[in-house]
Design a protein around this ligand. Sequence first.
Ligand SMILES: *[C@@H]1O[C@H](CO)[C@@H](O)[C@H](O)[C@H]1NC(C)=O
Ligand SMILES: *[C@@H]1O[C@H](CO)[C@@H](O)[C@H](O)[C@H]1NC(C)=O
Ligand SMILES: *[C@@H]1O[C@H](CO)[C@@H](O)[C@H](O)[C@H]1NC(C)=O
Ligand SMILES: *[C@@H]1O[C@H](CO)[C@@H](O)[C@H](O)[C@H]1NC(C)=O
Ligand SMILES: *[C@@H]1O[C@H](CO)[C@@H](O)[C@H](O)[C@H]1NC(C)=O
Ligand SMILES: *[C@@H]1O[C@H](CO)[C@@H](O)[C@H](O)[C@H]1NC(C)=O
Length: 468
Amino acid sequence: MSKLFCPRAYFLLLSLVQNFLVFTAFLPSSEGHSQGLQEIVFPPQFLPSEDPSILAGHLKMFGLQRPPNGPVVEYNSVLKPQEFWDKHVSMLKPLVFRQAIANSPARLKWSDQYLKEKYGDLDVLTELKTENRTHGVTSRMLLGDFIDVYGKENLYVVTVLPDPMRKDLPLLPCLMCGTFKDFLHELNFWMSSGGTRSVIHFDADHNIHCLVAGRKDFVMIHPDFAPVLNVTKPPQFGSGYSSIDPDMVDLNLYPDASKVEWTYSTLGPGDCIFIPSGYIHQVRSYKGNRTISATMLFTVSLDNTFNNSSCENETYEYRPLSEAQVHWTYNKGDKTIDMGYQNVEKFRQYFLSSFDSLQVDRLTERKFSELIEDIFTLDEETMELIQRDTHEIFHTLLDPDGKGFLTRDDIRALSQETLKTIVRHCEEPHGPVAGAPGDRGAAYKLKIQTEAKQDKYKEQRKEDRDEL
Ligand SMILES: *[C@@H]1O[C@H](CO)[C@@H](O)[C@H](O)[C@H]1NC(C)=O
Ligand SMILES: *[C@@H]1O[C@H](CO)[C@@H](O)[C@H](O)[C@H]1NC(C)=O
Ligand SMILES: *[C@@H]1O[C@H](CO)[C@@H](O)[C@H](O)[C@H]1NC(C)=O
Ligand SMILES: *[C@@H]1O[C@H](CO)[C@@H](O)[C@H](O)[C@H]1NC(C)=O
Ligand SMILES: *[C@@H]1O[C@H](CO)[C@@H](O)[C@H](O)[C@H]1NC(C)=O
Ligand SMILES: *[C@@H]1O[C@H](CO)[C@@H](O)[C@H](O)[C@H]1NC(C)=O
């Protein structure tokens, strides 16, 4: 068979033709008017300042203040867990796996039409394309409705990868066994028409970010530079971000921003980048270039060691992500889309360590309440929304037998499901809960339909009466 006619070559040809069509469609119609889909240069070309009184890159995009140190280390095949741990995870060193998900159903099938047909009835959380941690807008809608409008509206799906979609993605071999396997924390799904921009930030968990479609550019910064970037100190658990505007770096406000060393990577369809826990990064995509990503968040063991005993008989054969055990998930009909919650095993550990810090062997309801209030500080409105009632939690979930106290063994014996229920009742959810303000998803639609039906019924009854 001629090489050109293997399906992959055909697919490449097709996408070349498509790209050409898109490209010509976006060519500027008049000089400087419309911004065409020109190839964007990344990393950007560094230009020394012409005026000695102004530092290079002042009021320019982040990255123009200093040339990069080089690209992120790349591999053409995915590492096995032990090597991944030894050379990268334990050293907090990023890497890129080229074409790691190239042959996945997601990469090959996820057209808008396919996504809408198969997964359009699932709820997703959306944000604005330009991330803003202090003035963010998170809403909830059906994936199908998003697909109808995302070409025109300023919306970016950043949500928990719905369970049914997991079967279209691979479990990467580097996470197949060893401690990683038991600490897959959360999976995410991202989709936009392009033109997204994150803030300069870091996440609490290790993260593998895989591109299904489009292009994303990553700026990567070692955590040592956190103070220079004025990165917020993370609260008890969680992530942090910089107050710097990544589109316009004010070197009067942040004079040392020029000292921040960085590496870079451009991801294309099928590529994945490993972003270690705490590693600072900034991500952008470009107008007119539809992007879809899937990310996998994981932690290592609680004592930051790696146990490879479950790798003994591992064959590393292809297996879908649906076969992996993940702590936080979302499926159709779930009230909350469990995103950004803390690692349940870390939560358990925090509980256990409080016995030592309080120097007690028993935790009473009062101590428990204080502990919860310490970890999760909430405003009145949120307290009401999530019905945080530590009395109720203590008596129904933690101490159903009515002993009146908890021991270390009680905490050790709690199931992950129970811990999750506690966390859901204690921590503010990331986005709207089904039926709450801001929800435009399945529950909201059902409510409107039911109301419309009731109205119609009432009207009919009234007409019937009038006729009598
Ligand atoms: C597991 O770890 C041990 C000790 O660190 C090492 O000798 C062995 O090669 C590892 N096994 C695998 C399958 O990576
Ligand atoms: C758009 O994405 C494709 C990959 O799907 C990439 O090859 C191309 O360079 C991107 N174009 C721009 C302008 O970023
Ligand atoms: C976030 O939005 C507020 C209000 O619009 C604005 O003042 C602030 O500069 C924005 N922050 C970033 C990082 O863009
Ligand atoms: C640094 O961060 C703090 C807290 O986020 C903020 O109040 C302060 O304004 C920031 N400094 C600058 C120079 O932006
Ligand atoms: C690694 O895990 C296995 C299985 O859970 C356990 O039996 C073994 O003791 C662990 N090894 C270490 C060094 O913790
Ligand atoms: C690996 O296979 C051997 C032989 O079947 C078995 O004895 C052993 O328990 C297996 N190890 C694991 C970790 O499943």
